[in-house]
Ligand binder design. Structure first.
Ligand code: CDP
Length: 217
């Protein structure tokens, strides 16, 4: 069985950056499952598929040509790494992701991305549903204020306009939806180690997780 390290947690907890650095340090592939949900959401927005047309969304999830590994994010062969990062797409992704049929369509696709020599998988249900046998499962959190601040910096750096107050509101709303949905809600996986990064730098978080990873051998 291939070694898998899962990093789950709420929005803007630093999962993406931490997971990518861990993948580089371990020489593993990196799966950005949030990007997968965002790509499905972006495609549905472009095609005008309403968020309650579950069958159509599931069909899209099953068949859409996407890339969401190793830092590449594309939709039907075209780079979409910036377009998927808007708050509109994030909110839409969280609505689309609450449908059991959509999630079911994406499980096999995510598992197929687990390739040698190993995988770091980042998302909401990596440890609970997609890779329940992962060697190490991390639940990454941070205070809501810290997370809003980080998301603000991230959006500004990408050249988007941003304001803290609406970001804080969106973040709280999305966390509530992700944590209370009936399918694959955001909860720490059994046996997961929780790491609060409110007062940790990216490097400190990465080193802590690497230490835990070494301990699993
Ligand atoms: O960047 P951020 O943490 O805000 O979000 P993301 O990881 O890109 O995920 C966007 C949305 O996709 C989340 O709000 C979830 O609703 C959904 N998602 C999910 O349901 N399951 C995953 N494994 C990953 C993302």
């Amino acid at each position: 069985m291939l070694p898998v390290l899962t990093i789950d947690g709420p929005t803007a907890s630093g999962k993406g950056t931490v997971a990518q650095r861990l993948a580089t340090r371990l020489g593993f592939h990196y799966l950005d499952s949030g990007a997968l949900y965002r790509l499905v959401a972006l495609a549905s927005l472009r095609r005008g598929i309403a968020p309650d047309r579950v069958e159509d969304l599931a069909e899209l999830a099953r068949t859409l040509a996407v890339t969401c590994t190793d830092g590449e994010t594309s939709l039907e062969g075209v780079d979409a790494s910036n377009e998927i990062r808007t708050e509109e797409v994030g909110q839409h992704a969280s609505i689309v992701a609450a449908h059991a049929l959509v999630r079911a369509a994406l499980i096999a696709r995510q598992r197929a991305l687990c390739m040698p020599p190993g995988l770091v998988a980042d998302g909401r249900d990596m440890g609970t549903v997609v890779f329940p046998d992962a060697r190490l499962k991390i639940f990454l959190t941070a205070s809501v204020e810290q997370r809003a601040q980080r998301r603000y910096q991230q959006l500004i750096a990408k050249g988007f306009a941003a304001n803290i107050a609406p970001l804080l509101r969106d973040l709280t709303e999305r966390d509530a939806r992700d944590s209370t949905r009936a399918v694959a809600p955001l909860v720490p996986a059994a046996g997961a180690k929780t790491l609060d990064t409110s007062y940790l730098s990216i490097n400190q978080a990465v080193n802590m997780i690497l230490e835990w990873w070494q301990g699993t051998r």
